[in-house]
Design a protein around this ligand. Sequence first.
Ligand SMILES: C[S@@+](CC[C@H](N)C(=O)[O-])C[C@H]1O[C@@H](n2cnc3c(N)ncnc32)[C@H](O)[C@@H]1O
Length: 533
Amino acid sequence: MQDNVHELMLAEKAITEKDYLQAIVYYESYLKTHLLTVEVAHNLSLLYIKISAHEKAKSLLLQAIKLFPETDSLYRQLGNFWKMLGELTKAETCYNKALAINNQEASTYNNLGLLFLQKNTLLEAERNFKQALTLKGDYFTAMYNLALCYKAQKDNRQTVACLLSIISANPNYGQAYFLLGQILLEEKNSQEALQYFHRVASLYPDDVDILHNITISLLEKGYYKEAKPYCLTVADLQPNNTIAIFNLGVIAEKMGSYAEAMNFYEHVLTINPNYFPALNNLAIINLETQNFDKAKKLFEQALQIEPNNKSIIHTLSAIKGDQSIDCPPPEYIKTLFDQYADHFEEHLVKGLDYQVPLLFKQMLERNKLLLEKHYLLLDLGCGTGLVGAVLQDFAANLVGVDLSLRMLEQAKQKNLYSQLINDEIVHYLSTTIKQFNLIVAADVLVYFGNLEQLFFALKKCLMPKGYFMFSIENYHKGEFLLQKSGRFAHSQQYIEALIKKYDFSLRDSQLSITRMQNNKPVAGIILLLQRNK
Ligand SMILES: C[S@@+](CC[C@H](N)C(=O)[O-])C[C@H]1O[C@@H](n2cnc3c(N)ncnc32)[C@H](O)[C@@H]1O
C-alpha cells in the first residue's frame, strides 16, 4: 500500500519534470492494485492526451464517469477532449452535462465560451465568459477570452477595456500585453504597440513562441526595422530556427540590403536545402541583380518542390529565352506585385528613378491636352497609384484596375481614385460597359507580349477621338521579345501595325529613359494614340 501511494507521488514528480511517459508508467502500475479515483482519471487522461493516446484517454474518462456519474469535472474534461479533436457537438453535450450537475463552476462556462468562440457564435461565447466572471471575478483567463471574443466582434474598445483591467489587477499577464500591442498596431499606433511588445518580451525573454509572434505581428504590418531585434533574439536562442533566419532575410531585403538578405537565405538553405520560400526569394534577388545562371538553378530547385508553381514556370521560360509565350499567367503578376507592393514606390521611384507618370503628364501638356477635370480616365495596371497622383487634377472620374490586391491597397490609401477594381486588364475591358476618353497604361504593357487582345478590348471602351497613352520597352526586331527579366519589349513596327489595324492615329511618341535597372538606363517609348472614329 505504502509503495503504491509512493507511486502516485513519483508520478506527480515525473509530471513536474515533464517526463510524461514515466508518469504514465507509475499511474498504470498504481491502477493495477487500486480503484480509479477522479484525480487519477484527470491526471492520467491528460497525460494520454499529451502523448496522443486518444483512445486510452477517452476510455479512461468514460470509465471514471461510470464510477463517479455526479462529478462535473469529469464531464468537463471529456468535453475538453472532444473539443480538442474538433468534435464540437459532443463537447457541447459534455459541458452541458457538467453544468446540469454543477452550475456554479466558472471553468465550465469558460470552456463552453471557448467552444462558441471556435464556432464563431460570438454572442453565446460572450454570455458564457461573462457568466464565468460573475461566478469568479478574478478569473483572468475568462477575462482574456472575453477580450478575444470582443476582438472577434471587431469591438476594439471593449477588447482594450478587458485587457487593461487584466493588466491593472495582474501586471504580469503577458498575453494581455501582446494582444494590446496587436490592436494598437492595427490602429497604427506603433509607438505604444512597441511598448507593450517590449513588456511581453521582458516578461518572457526566452520564450521563442512569444518572440516569434511579436516578429510576425510587426512584419505583417510592415514594421521591419522594429521586428529585427525580436527576430535576432529568436535566432540567437535557436541558431537552427529556419523561420527566424528566413525572416531576417526578408527584413534585410525590405530594408534594401540585398547582400545581407542573400546571406540569411543561404544560411537557411544550409540548414534545410528544400526550404521553398528561401529558394524562391534568393532566386528572385539573383534575377533582379541579373545573375541569371544562379537564378535559373535556384528556380529549378524551387520548382522541384512546387512543380505546379506558374510564376516559377513563367520566370524559368523567360530566363531560358523561350519565345513561345504570349503573355504571363495572372498568378505570376499577382505573386510578383503582391510581394513587391509595400516597397514598390521606395524601390521604383527613389531607387530606380522611375519617370513614366511624369513623362505622361509632360506629353499631355506638350499636346495641349492637360485640361482640368476633363477626363473620364482609366488607369490600367494602376499599381500603387503613381499615375493617379500626377493626373488626378485633370480627371472628372478616375478608375484604376489591377490584378494585385496589395498594390490596390496602397493606391486606396492615396484617396485619388473614384473606383479601384481588382481585375485582369483584358477581362475588365471586355466586360465593362463604361467608356473613357483617356486610357493610360504606365509600365504595364511590359507584362503583355501579344497586344492584339488588349487593343481589341480597349477600343471598345475608348470613346471616339479618345486617347490611349502607354509606355513600352524598346525592341528593335520582329514584334515582341520576352526578356530574361520576365518583362516584354515591343518593337515600333509592331505598335505601328496595331495602330493601323485598330484605326488609331499616332499623336505623339517619345524615346525616353523610363527608369534605371542595375545602374543602366532602360530605354523605352512613351506613345500617345487617338482613336480615329
Ligand atoms: C510596374 S507596375 C506599374 C504600376 C503603375 N502603372 C505605375 O506606373 O506606377 C505594373 C502593374 O500592372 C499590374 N498588371 C500587370 N499585368 C496586369 C494584368 N494583366 N491585369 C491587371 N493588372 C496587371 C501589376 O499588378 C502592377 O501593379
